[in-house]
Design a protein around this ligand. Structure first.
Ligand code: SF4
Length: 300
């Protein structure tokens, strides 16, 4: 079997930073450290940090008074910061700087009196955090005919969740622009998500099947699976190597592997060891290295 490995794949700069924040916080403040929402959407990463003393909770109300909490990379609404303050909880903020950029855009455009449309997936943690910043209307591309009705001359700004499909987002953004000529389209899909989608497109031309390694609640992993299938290649999102036994690999001579921005490379190694390919080829372009600075209390 010939194995094609997508490049880039795996951890993005925001995930590397979030994990480092948890590890450093455990060193500085000691266990337990609470994490509001999974620090990143990957079971392996979450379990590894929990084995070191992190406790993941769903809501800020689940964090005890006077403790230390880390807010996940996906971002949080302002109300969570207020609740933490009222409970004398110390916050270490692991929100990805690229998500904070979207929050800042929302606040800026709202102050300018523009109507804001957020393209995103309802219930996703990032969308909850962004929607909390100011008034905006969510447009979920999985629902049809969902462009809101405004005056045709209304000044509209279109923001997006960072982990959407590049092509689907372009389509819906263009439909909004057609309807509202004065609208401003921001491209908020992050570099890591677009680069991984571009690589999986190249992969899909070369193989009969693609395995996306990652968790089912990872938005960017689910998008990689969809992109691959849109390009005609059957794709499976697998969280662990044990799940390979559920695949029918009998007639597969060329297989592709990729992973989302929250998937550690150790899981890719496990898949390669299990598949035992006769040849490995990498596909795609190396990603420019990006590093985000740590919060000031952890820099030293
Ligand atoms: S996927 Fe993009 S927005 Fe999300 S943490 Fe990574 S770099 Fe940040």
């Amino acid at each position: 079997m010939h194995l094609f490995l997508a490049t880039p794949r795996g951890f993005c700069a925001g995930v590397v930073r979030a994990i480092e924040i948890v590890e450093k916080s455990l060193g500085v403040f000691g266990a337990p450290i609470y994490i509001k929402h999974q620090i990143v959407h990957n079971k392996y990463v979450v379990q590894d940090l929990e084995s070191k003393g992190a406790i993941t909770v769903n809501e800020i109300s689940d964090v005890p008074n006077d403790s230390v909490v880390i807010f996940s990379a996906h971002g949080s609404p302002p109300v969570d910061y207020e609740i933490a303050k009222s409970k004398n909880i110390k916050i270490i903020d692991a929100t990805c700087p690229l998500v904070i950029k979207v929050h800042n855009e929302a606040i800026k455009y709202s102050k300018e009196g523009k109507k804001i449309i957020l393209l995103g997936h309802q219930e996703h943690q990032e969308v909850i955090g962004t929607m909390g910043q100011t008034d905006m209307i969510l447009v979920d591309d999985r629902q049809k005919n969902n462009i809101p009705e405004f005056d045709a001359e209304e000044k509209i700004v279109v923001l997006s969740q960072t982990t959407l499909s590049v092509e689907d987002t372009k389509q819906i953004s263009n439909s909004i622009k057609d309807k509202y000529k004065n609208s401003i389209l921001r491209n908020d899909i992050c570099y890591a998500v677009s680069n991984r989608q571009k690589a999986v497109k190249s992969l899909s031309r070369l193989v009969e099947m693609i395995i996306v390694v990652g968790s089912e609640n990872s938005s960017n992993c689910v998008r990689l699976k969809e992109v691959s299938e849109n390009y005609g290649t059957k794709s499976y999102l697998l969280n662990s190597v044990d799940e390979i036994k559920n695949l029918n690999l009998k007639n597969i001579s060329n297989i592709g592997i990729t992973s989302g921005a929250s998937t550690p490379e150790i899981l890719i190694d496990e898949f390669i060891n299990q598949l035992k390919p006769s040849k490995i080829t990498t596909v795609g372009d190396k990603e420019r290295e990006i590093n985000f600075v740590l919060p000031s209390e952890l820099k030293a």
